[in-house]
Design a protein around this ligand. Structure first.
Ligand SMILES: Cc1cc2nc3c(=O)[nH]c(=O)nc-3n(C[C@H](O)[C@H](O)[C@H](O)COP(=O)(O)OP(=O)(O)OC[C@H]3O[C@@H](n4cnc5c(N)ncnc54)[C@H](O)[C@@H]3O)c2cc1C
Length: 484
């Protein structure tokens, strides 16, 4: 039975001669790999699929013959570790940033949320909120009340859900349906009854209060997988390698050499260190194939407590433009977000338009078959953009990601192991579901990769700061945020 104590043999070698296998080529694995290669390790990044990116990737859709993202992925200014990873691999300039969030009601009336220059945080978003048609006077008063309340400290271990908190703070129906359910619940990809209050508070503070910079939204201007084109050369220039099409089914620990042993598609590998950067379901599958160790059962219990939430996207190609907007939040209907991909990605030279509609956390939408889901999307789209009713649909694809994200119900932090809690020697955990304090996002994945890399270095007595610092709150939030 192994214990997690570090193996002494590995620690006696010089840092530059040390090797690490990272299993999982999603954002978590890639960010750990690049940070460790830069620190001097020889890294083997091992991925089951034929491409990197995991859940945040794109592929050629066989039904429509177009490269599609497995869903639009947005980031925000506060995602410092994801931005740090993008800068490291040289793709930061492929992100399009916007300060505006455009809400549309059925019928087409628009409201523009966003920041007003020169007003200090958290007041920067107030003028646009106060003039938004989407909210009644009563909605605006209840939102103002909630924003004030969210400035107060919230105990990390509270079992209160967002839904319970909204009742306690007398939120109007409009505020709940059009703001909390739509904007906040879609950012956390769960229903408000299943969201732990501290996670909702985190989203509100980061996106709407801490600073205008933290809340600006980033949208990839190239397909997601193209963002990672720099990863392989980055690693190869640093004596490291990417191994694609390599599904790791079991991993052995060699007591004699104190090394981890596994087989990729092309060869067997033996490395000093191991980082498991897998989603929780893949970790659950691999666990019985890892060497027996004290603490494996506890990890299995933690993993079993997590649950998925789905995200679906309808990709629609029309023979003409149906809107000049590049994105919109769609109110009061099943579909939630519109992204005008043809406009956001002008290199596609799209004749007509390419629109992506997104439905978050909707288990009922995910249960629809392709035709029913596309028909519903088209019907609802025409309620917001009448031009969609007369445009000809050229082709369409439906992408269902049933296991898109993990949920953040109360007490979820008890089931998120940290990078150091792998029960084996010289082994670290990463992945968006591990203990990062962030919900299921690319930022959580990038953070987990940097935290695992940092923990690995620390295990060798190398105190490296690989985690990117958080953005500091600005304006009045410098004072107000000090209480939470
Ligand atoms: C539809 C959808 C929409 C989303 N929208 C957003 C968004 O707008 N903004 C945002 O920030 N986040 C969004 N997310 C969440 C985000 O994609 C994830 O949080 C993030 O990509 C997780 O990265 P990861 O590296 O932790 O895991 P993954 O991306 O799951 O990567 C794990 C990798 O491990 C590989 N793997 C699994 N098993 C093995 C094995 N045995 N051997 C080798 N390799 C293996 C997998 O193939 C995968 O590539 C969305 C997710 C989905 C699915």
């Amino acid at each position: 039975m192994l214990s997690r104590k570090r193996s002494p043999i590995a620690s006696e070698r010089h840092l530059a001669n040390r090797s690490v296998a990272i299993v999982g080529g999603g954002v978590a694995g890639m960010s750990a790999a690049c940070a460790l290669a830069e620190a001097g390790f020889k890294v083997h990044l091992i991925e089951r699929r034929g491409y990197l990116g995991g859940r945040a990737s794109s592929y050629l859709h066989p039904g429509v013959g177009e490269v599609v993202d497995n869903c639009q992925h947005v980031l925000f200014g506060c995602c410092t570790n994801l931005v740090g990873f993008y800068r490291r691999i040289g793709c930061f300039d492929k992100i399009h940033w916007t300060d505006e969030m455009i809400m549309i009601e059925p019928g087409g009336r628009r409201s523009r949320l966003g920041s007003t220059p020169f007003l200090p945080a958290p007041l920067h978003g107030l003028p646009r909120l106060l003039t938004a048609h989407a909210f009644t006077r009563q909605d605006k008063l209840s939102l103002a009340r909630a924003f004030r309340a969210i400035l107060k400290p919230i105990p990390g271990n509270t079992t209160e859900t967002l839904a319970e908190w909204l009742i306690r703070h007398r939120q109007s129906k409009g505020a709940v349906d059009r703001f909390w359910r739509l904007v906040i619940a879609s950012a956390l990809n769960a229903e408000i009854e299943h969201i732990a209050l501290p996670y909702a508070a985190k989203v509100i503070r980061e996106l709407f209060m801490n600073s205008a910079y933290a809340g600006r939204m980033g949208i990839n201007a190239v397909p997601l997988s193209e963002l990672y084109q720099g990863v392989q050369p980055y690693l190869e220039q640093r004596r490291s390698a990417v191994h694609l099409n390599s599904n790791i089914e079991s991993i052995q620990w060699d007591e004699q050499t104190s090394c981890w042993e596994m087989a990729t598609r092309e060869r067997s590998l033996s490395t000093d260190f191991l980082i498991l950067a897998l989603p929780f379901e893949a970790m659950q599958k691999l666990l019985p194939q890892m060497p027996p160790a004290e603490g494996s059962e506890e990890l299995a219990v933690q993993i079993a407590r997590h649950e998925h939430w789905p995200i679906c996207s309808a990709h629609l190609w029309f023979d003409r433009e149906i809107t000049e907007l590049d994105h919109a939040v769609l109110l009061d209907r099943e579909i939630h977000w519109l992204f005008n991909r043809g406009k956001l990605q002008p290199w596609r030279n799209q004749k007509g338009s390419y629109i992506e509609l997104e439905v978050s956390a909707s288990r009922s939408f995910a249960a629809l078959d392709r035709n029913a889901a596309i028909d519903l999307s088209l019907r609802e789209l025409a309620e917001f953009f009448p031009a969609a009713a007369s445009a000809k649909l050229v082709k369409a694809a439906l992408v269902k990601e049933v296991r898109a994200t993990f949920g953040v119900p109360p007490s979820v932090d008890n089931f998120r192991p940290d990078a150091k809690s792998a029960p084996w020697p010289n082994c670290f955990l990463a992945g968006d579901w591990t203990a990062t304090g962030w919900p299921s996002t690319m930022e959580s994945a990038a953070r987990s990769g940097h935290l695992a890399a940092e923990a690995l270095c620390a295990s060798l007595g190398e105190q490296r700061r690989l985690l990117e610092p958080d953005l500091r709150p600005r304006g009045l939030m410098k004072l107000l945020a000090s209480s939470y």
